[in-house]
Design a protein around this ligand. Structure first.
Ligand SMILES: NC(=O)c1ccc[n+]([C@@H]2O[C@H](COP(=O)([O-])OP(=O)(O)OC[C@H]3O[C@@H](n4cnc5c(N)ncnc54)[C@H](O)[C@@H]3O)[C@@H](O)[C@H]2O)c1
Ligand SMILES: CC(C)[C@H](C(=O)O)[C@@H](O)C(=O)O
Ligand SMILES: [Mg+2]
Length: 371
């Protein structure tokens, strides 16, 4: 099949991790006889430097006409360290999400068997942890009216939600829960915030349409603690924009590194696939960034395009790299591989139609099979 994929590498480590995903996708296209046309465009600080705009019109148009968007990361210390900057890389990403109508950000989190003993968390607490966070992505405090007083001594960010904004992502989350372990946890701050009370009322109403799903409500402060103490209690998490941003970075500790956490940002017309991490500027150009979050985001893209066995093949290749410790320094401290070499390994596993790597007895890979 033929697909047009917009590639937005962005800033910092964005280009080097995205390059590995494109490599992996090319291997998938070769193996399964598809045609993927990649077209690159600038976003974030790179776009400000080039065109003075973090989301140039040409980039937005390319995303709109493509079948899917592969996004790297944006952000640059020269803006992070200048709170007065009028134009910021992050505005490019936020505008892109809004313009493409990407209201649901889906962030799976799981503990990898071979990594649980390296975690700062207790292995017995995280073994088997497996959840999906549904983060609302185009509303809330991120998009409410913003202002700073003329004297610069006060500022405000308004948090607003409508029932419709809550309903559309809640339905997606409930449907996912029906397919999984039938539990949904709404994370909010309904003891304090009006918007959170609207979330609770709306979700309680929608829950009646999904009688097989058990619904729990957790205040975000307690949820932050539960995520560390007992993450196995979570199946599907549903939450608003900012809580979802914070809780998912915290949850990445369960997986072993934020460099492993993928996401899909979905709307009715468009879809974008991005790691949950940022541009990690300290690592830019050093070849130490973990490309797996981006590669697994590309796997979510394949799923979205209806290429299920292709997506599964990418996931199995990733599992293999983790099992064999073909990993960057965030995972493999003693004998680490570079960003590019991890990408090369994944590419060679996917291209290995004879199964030489997977069936190598010396590697003792148990039941692993690549489709
Ligand atoms: N979606 C995005 O593009 C996105 C997301 C988060 C932050 N940002 C931006 O990124 C910039 C840096 O932000 P930050 O430092 O708070 O967050 P960050 O996610 O870039 O980095 C935080 C830490 O996570 C680890 N890390 C991140 N990506 C990694 C990878 N691929 N492999 C291994 N380790 C990795 C590193 O230890 C790093 O110090 C800021 O400008 C911020 O606005 C962008
Ligand atoms: C860079 C920033 C705007 C973004 C967010 O807060 O959504 C990031 O943290 C993320 O998680 O994708
Ligand atoms: Mg974030």
């Amino acid at each position: 099949m033929k697909f047009n994929i917009a590639v937005l590498p962005g800033d910092g480590i964005g280009p080097e991790i995205t390059q590995q995903s494109v490599k992996v996708l090319r291997a998938v296209a070769d193996r399964f006889d598809h045609e993927f046309n990649f077209e690159e465009a600038v976003v974030g600080a790179a776009a400000i430097d080039l065109l003075g705009d973090p989301l140039p019109e040409t980039t937005l148009e390319l995303c709109k006409k493509s079948d899917a968007v592969l996004f790297g990361a944006i952000g640059d210390p020269k803006y992070d360290n200048d709170p007065s900057a009028k134009v910021r890389p992050e505005q490019g990403l936020l505008k892109l999400r809004k313009e493409l109508g990407l209201f649901a950000n889906i962030r799976p989190v799981r503990a990898y068997e071979s990594l649980i003993h390296k975690s700062p968390l207790k292995p017995e607490n995280i073994e088997g942890a497996d959840m999906v966070i549904f983060r609302e992505l185009t509303g809330g405090i991120y998009f409410g009216e913003k202002s700073t007083a003329e004297d610069g001594r006060s500022a405000s960010d308004l948090c607003t939600y409508s029932v419709e904004e809550i309903e559309r992502i809640a339905h997606l989350a409930f449907k996912a829960a029906e397919e999984r372990r039938k539990k949904l946890t709404l994370i909010d701050k309904a003891n304090v915030l009006e918007t959170s009370r609207l979330w609770r009322r709306t979700v309680t109403e929608i829950a009646k349409d999904y009688p097989s799903v058990k619904v729990e409500y957790l205040f975000v402060d307690n949820a932050a603690m539960q995520m560390i103490l007992n993450p196995k209690q979570f199946d599907v998490i549903l939450t608003e924009n900012m809580f979802g941003d914070i809780i998912s970075d915290e949850a990445s500790v369960i997986g072993g590194s934020i460099g492993l956490l993928e996401s899909a940002s979905i709307g009715t017309e468009n879809a974008l696939f991005e790691p949950i991490h940022g541009s990690y500027p300290q690592a830019a150009g050093q070849g130490i960034a973990n490309p797996i979050a981006s590669v697994l985001s590309a796997a979510m893209m394949l799923d979205h395009l209806g290429l299920k066995k292709e997506a599964e093949t990418v996931r199995m290749a990733v599992e293999l790299s983790i099992k064999l410790n073909v990993c960057t320094i965030d995972i493999n401290k003693d004998n680490h591989y570079s960003t590019e070499r991890v990408g090369d390994f994944l590419e060679s596993v996917i291209s290995d139609t004879e199964g030489h790597i997977v069936n190598n007895e010396n590697l003792n890979l148990g039941q692993m099979t690549i489709i």
